[in-house]
Structures are given as C-alpha cells and as structure tokens.
Design a protein around this ligand. Structure first.
Ligand SMILES: [Zn+2]
Length: 190
C-alpha cells in the first residue's frame, strides 16, 4: 500500500499552445534520440477549465485531488506534484500516504537546516577575532615566544582546544606557537 511520486511530469494550463485550460502530464519522460522521440509511453490527460479549478481547490482543501485513472492506478495531483496510487485505496488513505510522505520529507529538510545552522555558527566562532586584551595577556604570559621551542619567529596565537571542539577565545585556551610547532600540532591532531 503506497503512493508513488511521478518524477517527470509537466502541467500546462491554458496559454497559447493549450487553449481552454488544458492539463498535460507525462510519467515516463521522453528521451530524444537521433530518430526523434523514443519511449512514447507518455500519457496525457486533459482537464477542462472547470475540472482544473476543482482539482486546484481540492488540493488546497485536502492536500490532493484524484484526476484520472489508468488500469489499476489512480492519478493524483498534490501540492508537490503527481502521484500514482492503487485505485482501490480510499481517497482518504491516499491523502494520508501523500501527507506522510511530505511530512517525512519536511522532517528531513528540518534536520538538514539545523545541521547547516550549527555548521554556520561553528564557522562564525572560528572567524571570531581574539580580543586585544586576551592577546596582550597571552603575549605577556608566554613572554612573546613559542611555548614549545622558544623561538621568536613566525609567532601565532593558537587555540589549545580547537574552536571546533568547543575551545574558546580565552587566555587559558590560547598560547603562542611558532608556525612550525603549530603545523606539527596540527599533524598530531589529524
Ligand atoms: Zn615553536
């Protein structure tokens, strides 16, 4: 018991090519080869203007409208496209299945949005500048040299616990390293 989304389809309403408000769909997709179109399994259905409007209204009210049938399959038009459903299924059940499909999809999108948001926050934290007071404090404490090898060349402020792992821009979490020691540390973490 399921509904199947028709991935390749096209709805054309009215316009110069389709006078009178007609409706056209294809469910297999045409491939255009050297001899022209192949796989002419394309079906089409035409709805007059009144039918079209009624379907639109049903979609708005209940989430989908049954607009045709082919063999044992009913064609449904929903907010996000066309579906095939078992023609024996009650309308209510088809609408439920379509609703469930959309719900799952929205939940997934929600999760992805949250994931992206936290990733962006992390990036922002990484970019956040270490405050001048903190720099001054660390510089004084570490005596202006690399805490590992003591050189005074190519010095950098280094996060002891990386920002990506929750380390902050506090003096306790920042030390002075030279470029070489910093790169070595990076290698060890990896
Ligand atoms: Zn060093």
């Amino acid at each position: 018991m399921s509904v199947r989304k028709i991935s390749k389809w096209q709805i054309v309403e009215e316009g110069s090519f389709w006078p009178g408000g007609r409706f056209f769909y294809k469910h297999t997709g045409l491939t255009r080869g050297s001899e022209g179109y192949r796989r002419a399994e394309t079906d089409s259905i035409k709805l007059d203007h009144a039918e079209y409007q009624r379907a639109k209204q049903e979609i708005e009210e209940s989430g989908g409208a049954r607009i045709g049938q082919q063999g044992s399959l009913a064609l449904w038009w929903a907010e996000d496209g066309l579906y095939w459903a078992d023609a024996n299924l009650a309308d209510e059940d088809v609408l439920l299945l379509i609703w469930d499909r959309l719900r799952k999809q929205n939940r997934k999108l929600d999760r992805l949005r949250k994931l992206r948001h936290s990733q962006e926050q992390l990036d922002e934290l990484r970019r956040e500048r270490i405050a001048d007071e903190v720099r001054a404090l660390v510089w004084e404490r570490d005596e202006g040299r690399c805490v590992k090898c003591g050189t005074e060349e190519e010095l950098q402020f280094d996060h002891i616990i990386p920002v990506a792992r929750g380390g902050g821009n506090t003096a306790e979490n920042i030390q002075i390293l030279c470029g070489g020691c910093n790169r070595q540390k990076g290698d060890q973490i990896i």
